[in-house]
Structure formats: C-alpha cells, structure tokens
Write a protein that binds this ligand. Structure first.
Ligand SMILES: NC(=O)c1ccc[n+]([C@@H]2O[C@H](COP(=O)([O-])OP(=O)(O)OC[C@H]3O[C@@H](n4cnc5c(N)ncnc54)[C@H](OP(=O)(O)O)[C@@H]3O)[C@@H](O)[C@H]2O)c1
Length: 250
C-alpha cells in the first residue's frame, strides 16, 4: 500500500506528527495541516515526503482552500486523518463577572470550532476526492467524550464526532470507504496541555490506567496506521479507545 496520499490535520505536532512518520515509513506522501506555518513547515522538513499546508480548518473558506490545493496537486486522497483540535481552555475568553454566560459561550464555541468544525469542514471538503474503494477517514476523539471534561465543552465537541463518523460510514460504505474514530486517554509529548499539566493530575491519570503508564503519540499513530491498512478493511463506524483501560477503571 505504498505511495498513498495521506492528509493529516494537526500534522505539525504531537499525535499528528507521529502519524505522519508512520505513513512516511511506507513511502506515502503526507500533507500536514495546521494554523502555524512555521510549525507545519518544520514538521514537513522532518518527515520524508511530507508537504506543509498552513490553514485554520475552523474557517470554512480556509478549509475549502486547503482541500482545493490538495485536489489540484494530488487529485485523490487515500487517507484522511482528522487530528486537529485541542483543549479550548488554552484560548482564554472574556472574564466579566457581570456577564458569566459570555465566558460559557466562549468556552463552548471555541471547543466546537476547534474540535468539531475542523474535522467536519475538512472531511466535507474532501469527501468526493476519497479513493473509492479503499479510502479511509479517521478522527481523533478523546476519553473525555465518555467521561466529561470539567465544563463539558471539550468532551461534547469530541463526542459530536462519533455520530458524524457513523453517518459518514453509512454514506461512504457503498464506495468502499471506511470511517473510524480513535479516543485516546492521556497522551504525553504533545502540545495539548500547553505546559499546564501538574504532577498531581498526571499521577492520578496514570493511576487510572491498567497499564500504569501514559499514552504516547506512537500508540495513537500506530492504531491509526493499522486502521488505514488492508487488514482493517471490514472495520468501520467504530470508536477505538486507546487509554490503557482507564475508561473502564480498576
Ligand atoms: N494529548 C492528550 O492527552 C489528548 C487526549 C485525547 C485526545 N486528544 C486529541 O488529540 C488530537 C491531537 O492532539 P495532541 O495531543 O497531539 O496535541 P497537539 O500537539 O496540540 O496537536 C494538535 C494540533 O492541531 C492543530 N490545530 C489546532 N487547531 C487547529 C485549527 N483550527 N486548524 C488547523 N489545525 C489546528 C495544532 O496546530 P496549530 O496550533 O498550529 O493550528 C496542533 O498541531 C487533538 O484533537 C486532541 O484534542 C489529545
């Protein structure tokens, strides 16, 4: 299955970058999308056969432009990995004690735009270009979709991907395209926590796993790589949890 075109949103860092390395080892071409041009450019320099494509995928016009460039350059997309997203609390909103709902609206909007819209807009823009048969659409959700995330906003924005993936799997199944979701627990060595992870919280999260360790970007990347392989051709509309058993608990 060498020589595929693999589009990875969030491909400049963390799990997306690890995923790009996995596909590059097969000789695939990866297209790395993220908002920061310097980050995707640096990542593309580090990954064999990678191309950088800066875009804010929560903006419809930018998602359309990115998909147009992919279409012009490559025609068909074999694998689409929707990894862009993040913890909306890293983008602080208004803090007006007289208008607390403004902060709530910001929290929910930022998470929805960053985690749901980024994936849906790019997928809709590329769905007609997916290899048929054989195309793969993959989403990165979160353990939070099952357990909440504090305010609920991040968790809900990830959970929204599950029914979308199911509807997509039903629509694209007749074309021979599969659609699946992975839902990681704590994964270290990414920019997700923005330096805000405390030792106490880390210990608690690792303690919830049955494997007594945090996840790595490679854990997620290799699962995505397998889901995109021939071996997983009859697996569709599933959510695969990658969390060392943390969601089930002890
Ligand atoms: N780390 C964890 O513990 C964990 C657990 C469960 C799920 N997740 C999810 O896993 C995915 C990968 O995260 P990660 O942990 O690898 O963190 P990460 O290193 O922060 O990766 C997220 C990537 O998404 C990109 N991105 C964010 N918003 C974007 C937008 N609007 N348009 C285009 N690109 C955008 C970021 O680049 P720019 O900032 O340059 O745009 C960044 O490269 C995320 O969806 C995250 O929510 C993470």
């Amino acid at each position: 299955m060498a020589g595929r075109i693999v589009v990875i949103s969030g491909g400049g860092t963390g799990m997306g970058l690890a995923t790009a390395h996995c596909f590059a080892r097969d000789g695939d071409t990866t297209v790395l999308i993220g908002r920061r041009a310097e980050v995707v450019n640096r990542a593309a320099d580090a990954v064999e056969g990678a191309v950088a494509l800066p875009a804010d995928l929560s903006e419809p016009a930018q998602a359309a432009r990115a998909a147009g460039e992919i279409g012009e350059r490559f025609g068909t997309v074999d694998v689409l990995v929707n990894g862009a997203g993040g913890n909306g609390t890293l983008e602080p909103g208004p803090d007006d004690p007289d208008a607390p709902l403004a902060a709530t609206a910001h929290d929910w909007s930022v998470n929805f735009r960053g985690n749901t819209l980024t994936a849906v807009l790019l997928t809709e823009a590329l769905r007609d270009r997916l290899a048929s048969p054989g195309g793969r659409v993959l989403f990165i959700s979160s353990i939070a979709a099952y357990r909440g995330s504090g305010t609920g906003a991040y968790a809900a924005s990830k959970a929204a991907l599950h029914p979308y993936a199911h509807d997509l799997a039903r629509a694209l199944g007749p074309r021979g395209v599969t659609v699946n979701v992975v839902a990681p627990g704590l994964v270290e060595d990414t920019e997700f926590f923005g330096g805000l992870m405390t030792e106490e919280r880390r210990e608690r999260l690792v303690g919830e796993t049955l494997t007594h360790r945090p996840g790595t970007p490679g854990d997620v990347a290799q699962t995505l790589h397998w889901l995109a392989s021939h071996a997983a051709a009859h697996l569709t509309s599933q959510v695969i949890q990658i969390n060392g058993g943390a969601e089930r608990g002890h």
